[in-house]
Design a protein around this ligand. Structure first.
Ligand code: GAP
Length: 477
């Protein structure tokens, strides 16, 4: 029997075991920012490596690593200066600020919880057809939606609030030297399109991939790593000949879904596709892949068919041609783009939630015990194998150390001597270590150990010389 993850259970495990800590915790924390601990950094790195391999270990995609600070005109061309904003409303009594659409959504949820489904349907319909800040304001006022803090309906108008963090280059902080912390990694790819195409001798269809930090001054930073102010993205822009974008969009929809299920081992029943109902004016198609988090469905990746909008805007704003010219046929075009944009840190949270289990197991005395485990795909687990000498004497620690140094050439290995063997197995289960190797009296006489699998708890006797190959083999299954 196993129970599903709650957000509290994930938060508690994260802190207790060193996956994720609150940023600047000893100073009371900084909202919307998190630090990855020793196990978290390994898991995050493994997720990023898996994506990097899936996206760039192929001849038609290359990677880059562009700077976080970019020329401010980039963000004018991309539309972020003018349009990257959320509709905000302030409560005059509590002075709290809310995203107007979220305030309405939370109100709809409360109505449904109270069984007022007819009213909830009405408000939901009004929200779906709202086209302006005035429409959002009207919904809040006409439904007397109260401020969750003060309980009053003492609201300001709805205003737009830009989500980009602003800073300045050089010592003088004035409007002439404003720069932004990038809110997405994609623009670093677009502005390097020509550099990459020419220096790496790429021809459409080809892609450019990048992993890196992005920053958004999100108003509501709820739900742990789901919506944070500093996060990591893994984005790929695939440049194609106009007219071929639909087939490539289909290709990437399938490829990206398969990465979640096959490479990360996420349960397909907890994933779904959500096509965008309202498309941006330049978009030909767009779809999100959502994961069923403990708080409900949430986007983890967007796949967008973006026409030549981005390259076209950068041509207009920079005055530089961003075209592909076929030297033989003299064919020339501005490529269309299929974008795959996934959050590394948000995926990390989906992976943790998906892997978390609490199993009730029978004990020898007829009772039961709870086993917490992370059923992570072995290839992304922070620790691949733990080597556990049964006792701290009789040559066992020496034999165990020799196994550790052999396995460390290929895998991340832990060595643990403290406590009863059962407790040590539980500690490794809880952090998702797929294999435990126990060194016992027999190891000293015949060089065999037991290899225990996390999920089945089954143990097999294996010769130490065969261990690395056996682990490798099981990781590929
Ligand atoms: N270039 C397109 C783009 O950035 P997006 O849908 O805004 O698209 C892509 O972001 C992905 O980045 C999202 O699906 C999500 O996984 C992640 N993401 C976006 N905002 C985030 C935030 N505030 N915190 C954590 N992850 C975020």
């Amino acid at each position: 029997m196993s129970s599903p993850a709650t957000l509290d259970a994930i938060l508690s495990l994260s802190k207790r075991k060193g996956f994720v800590y609150q940023s600047s915790e000893i100073y009371g924390g900084l909202n919307g920012c998190w630090d990855f601990g020793p196990l978290g950094v390994e898991l995050l790195r493994n997720i990023k490596d898996s994506w990097w391999k899936a996206m760039t270990y192929r001849s038609d995609i290359v990677g880059i690593d562009s700077s976080i600070l970019m020329h401010p005109r980039v963000w004018e061309a991309s539309g972020h200066v003018g349009q990257f904003s959320d509709p905000m409303i302030d409560n005059k009594t509590s002075k709290s600020r809310h995203r107007a659409d979220n305030l309405i959504e939370d109100f709809i949820t409360r109505l449904r919880n109270k069984g007022k489904s007819e009213q909830a349907d009405g408000v939901e319909h009004a929200l779906a057809s709202a086209n302006s800040n005035e429409d959002l304001h009207a919904i809040i006022i006409s439904n007397c939606i109260p401020d969750p803090i003060s309980g009053t309906t003492d609201w300001t108008e709805v205003r737009n609030f830009n989500l980009m963090f602003e800073t300045h280059v050089g010592p003088v902080a004035d409007a002439a030297n404003v720069v932004y912390l990038r809110p997405e990694t994609a623009q670093g790819i677009f502005v390097n399109f020509k550099n990459v195409m020419e220096s790496a001798r790429m021809k459409p269809p080809f892609g450019i991939a990048q992993i890196g930090k992005s920053f958004r001054n999100e108003i509501n930073t709820k739900n742990f790593l789901f919506r944070t102010r500093e996060f990591e993205q893994m984005e790929m822009q695939f440049f194609v000949k106009p007219g071929t974008e639909n087939e490539w969009f289909e290709y990437w929809r399938t490829a990206r879904w398969n990465w979640f299920t096959e490479s990360l081992g996420i349960d397909a029943a907890k994933l779904h596709r959500k096509p965008h109902e309202k498309l941006a004016h330049y978009a030909a198609a767009a779809e999100d892949i959502e994961y069923h988090f403990p708080f409900g469905w949430g986007e983890i990746e967007g796949i967008h068919s973006r026409t030549d909008f981005d390259l076209g805007r950068h041509q207009e704003f920079s005055g530089k041609k961003l075209e592909y010219v076929d030297t033989a046929s003299k064919d020339r075009f501005t490529p269309y783009v299929i974008e795959t944009a996934v959050g590394a840190t948000r995926t990390f949270m989906a992976v943790l939630c998906d892997a978390y289990r609490e199993e009730i197991l029978p004990t020898d005395d007829g009772g039961s015990e709870t086993r917490s485990l992370l059923k992570l795909k072995p290839s992304i687990a922070p620790i691949t194998a733990a080597v556990l000498p049964l006792v701290n004497k009789d040559g066992m620690p020496e034999a165990a150390h020799s196994i550790v140094s052999n396995l460390e050439r290929w895998f991340r290995v832990d060595y643990d001597t403290s406590g009863a063997i059962g407790r040590r197995y539980r500690r490794q289960d809880e952090v998702g270590t797929p294999f435990c190797i126990t060194v016992d009296g027999q190891t000293i006489s015949d060089s065999t150990v037991t290899l225990r699998e996390r999920d089945t708890m089954q143990q097999d006797r294996i010769h130490v010389d065969a261990l690395a190959g056996e682990i490798q083999h099981r990781m590929l299954q």
